[in-house]
Design a protein around this ligand. Structure first.
Ligand code: PLP
Length: 389
């Protein structure tokens, strides 16, 4: 199914489905580690790539291929490479496209494990990273070196919901011959399609909204066939492959992604508006609110504000912990993108290992709380928070 023939809603439900001779209506789950051949000559043709087809599940699996086709259609990408987790996607992207001596320019507001991967592992193999502001495009330009190969960002950022201007940063990347990779985990293709805005690569942690129900881990790298060939080459060799079972769960997740993203966004907007009216809330950060510093850019780049709301309570850590500890319904966990609303205190959990100075510079104050708004009734979420506020 080509992505200009059908709307996103249709692609989410139907793209990539390949039926077996049994004509099953639901996508089949192929729990097999290997595949057989008609004869020795066919095996030989498959192994040298002369004939397309499955060989071994570290390389390809039909259920995983269906998921890859469907997600590629949604992102408007030529090719998708599914991986065992979001971090495996970022690793595979780097291993496929970078070499010793290359340089990355990355947003300072990245997922913690992404920063650890760049600083502790890529660096060990001779790839250096310079971190710049998520929002100041001039810093990206200034950080470019002759050996810069990759720009890497995540928007909206976690937990402060800063918006990076994908089109503007893509233009800087293009100007210096670097690739732009966007981690689209928070928006999903339902709310934002980075390739349409000039990005070269899209990264997903499918673990979050694509599953949406907190069951399995997975990830994906998407882009042109030319860029995905070496990424797939690494995956096929090293094996951080998505399992058939997880692929099947994610196929089902994609079918309801539009409905869920719309509902997460509507709930988040309503909650953010309510939080803005609470006397003990100092500020609310939600891209869908006119008070957000980059509201206009967010509304140009994304369809809605998304499902993540951050807010700062008056009274620092003690007040923030009081809000969290007085909830009965919300899940106290750092996970996000689930039907169940989650609440977390970034300063003492996800961002606890960085120095207090770096935290302050990043704007992650002790009073900051992050909520990944789920699909419960908003009034129940409000009542749960009102107790501690
Ligand atoms: C969770 C997350 C990841 C890592 O994904 P895993 O599936 O946990 O490996 C990467 N980027 C962002 C923005 C995330 O939220």
């Amino acid at each position: 199914m080509s992505d200009n023939e059908y709307q996103l809603e249709t692609l989410a439900v139907r793209a990539g489905h390949v039926q077996t001779p049994f004509m099953e209506h639901g996508e089949a789950m192929f729990l097999t580690s290997s595949f057989t051949f008609d004869n020795a000559a066919q095996a030989a043709r498959r192994f040298i790539g002369e004939e397309p087809g499955n060989i071994y599940a570290r390389f390809t699996n039909p259920t995983t291929s269906m998921f890859e086709e469907r997600l590629a259609a949604l992102e408007g990408a030529e090719q998708c490479v599914a991986t065992s987790s979001g971090m495996a996607a970022i690793l595979s992207c780097g291993m496929g496209l970078l070499k010793a001596g290359d340089h990355i320019v990355a947003s300072r507001s990245l997922f913690g494990s992404t920063i650890n991967l760049f600083n502790n592992y890529f660096k060990k193999f001779g790839v250096e990273t310079t971190y710049v502001s998520a929002t100041d495009v001039a810093e990206w330009q200034a950080a470019v070196r002759p050996n810069t190969k990759l720009f890497f960002l995540e928007t909206p950022s976690n937990p402060l919901t800063e918006i990076s201007d994908i089109a503007a940063i893509a233009a800087v990347a293009k100007g210096c011959g670097a690739l732009l990779a966007v981690d689209n985990c928070f928006c999903t293709p339902i709310l934002q399609r980075p390739l349409d805005l000039g990005a070269d690569i899209v990264i997903h942690s499918a673990t979050k909204y694509i599953d949406g129900q907190g069951r399995v881990l997975g990830g994906a790298v998407l882009g042109s066939k030319k860029l995905m060939d070496p990424v797939y080459g690494f995956l096929r060799t090293a094996g951080p492959t998505m399992s058939a079972f997880n692929s099947w769960v994610f196929l089902k997740g994609l079918e309801t992604l539009k409905l869920r993203m719309d509902a997460h966004s509507a709930n988040a907007l309503q909650l953010a508006q309510w939080l803005e009216q609470q006397p003990n809330v100092a500020r609310v950060l939600y891209p869908g609110l006119p008070s957000h510093p980059q509201h206009a850019l967010a509304m140009k780049q994304q369809k809605t504000g998304g499902g993540i709301v951050a807010f700062e309570v008056k009274g620092g850590k003690e007040a923030a912990w009081k809000v969290i500890d007085n909830t009965k319904l919300l899940s106290i966990t750092a996970n996000l993108g689930d039907t169940k609303t989650t609440i977390t205190h970034p300063a003492t959990t996800t961002h606890a290992r960085i120095t207090p100075e770096a935290r302050a510079a990043a704007g992650i104050t002790d009073g900051l709380i992050r909520i990944a708004v789920g699909l419960e009734a908003v009034v129940d979420i409000q009542n749960d928070l009102a107790r501690g506020l």
